[in-house]
Design a binder for this molecule. Sequence first.
Ligand SMILES: [Zn+2]
Length: 381
Amino acid sequence: MTVLSAELAFAGGRWVEGVEIRHEGGAIRSVKRVRGAGRGRILLPGLVNAHTHLELTWLDGLVKPAPFTEWASRLMEERAKLGPHDLEGSLRDGIGRSVAAGTAAVGDFAWLSQNDALRQSGLRAVSWREALGIAPGRAEDAARRALGFLEKKTSTWSPGLAPHAPYSCSGELYRRLFREARRARIPFATHLSELREELEYLRTGRGPFREMLDRLGRDAGSWSPPRRRPVAYLAALGVLGGATAAHANYLTAPDVALLRRFRSTVVWCPQTHAFFGHPAHPVKRLLNAGVPVALGTDSLGSSPTLDVRDEMRAAVGKGLPLNTVIRMATEFGARALGLRKSGRIAPGWAADFSVIGGGSPQEVLSGPVLDVIVAGRRLKS
Ligand SMILES: [Zn+2]
């Protein structure tokens, strides 16, 4: 049995002063109030970066803001120069930066890198294997490639499946991977309703995405636009249920209602949102409708840092209450990763904590990271 004490803890969705927590076997056994305990330490449920691409950490500051398809082309050019070892090193660098920033869990989209680094990192993690393929005739090959990366879950790591986005994957590919994710009981995620160009492409089959896909020789001509908005399209395909939707920047009221009905979780990436200059994110409408919204950094291709607290500061800067933002970065993040009994400080829940120096709630955003604990194990000290 290990004992953790703190001056202040965010336990069960509220602040508790003076706490002593006992944990064993990776789970919290008891939470007790003890006057004067743990001076100068704030205990949070483990902070979750619910959407990132750690293998792209080497992009740090390399790609400047531009319209999305230009940015994506630049990113692909840069990526083509890298070998597999560089990518693994980049992933490890991303893991190191995440832990240093106080992150306990990550939802990582992986395209080329192997699972090993995250699986062995001690972080709680989902490696969402990305798939790409707009041509319906290529769905089977694209699915098989992604499925080839699936490995057995561990106590802290799980594989997941992630068709990249509605503008880069056919409905056939979405359906195939959704079925596999359900069968294997692993999380399913996608980029969704992120871009104006995406809405146009799904409505008309034309625009910058069509031009980019043609340039890349992706046989986009064999794909018929669904003539729906992205969320309604995925709902009609039958792949929205329980899905984790990264970004969801452009939403109508019916889109929000669908996300609620299908119990999806949205991941908002405030710094990346600002990088691309999107209009205000519908985070408040989503939360009011009962859709959980988690926070993510996305990759260093569009975000200046991999620090979830930078995203939290940005969210508070947009007028969200601090306690709501903490729930987004912990409890809702855990939900985005499909974790059960994780994201709260309460008996029976996972012993995952981010420990920050300080003694008042405001210091959560400014205090130094003292410790990261996952399944009862210290990752940083
Ligand atoms: Zn992303």
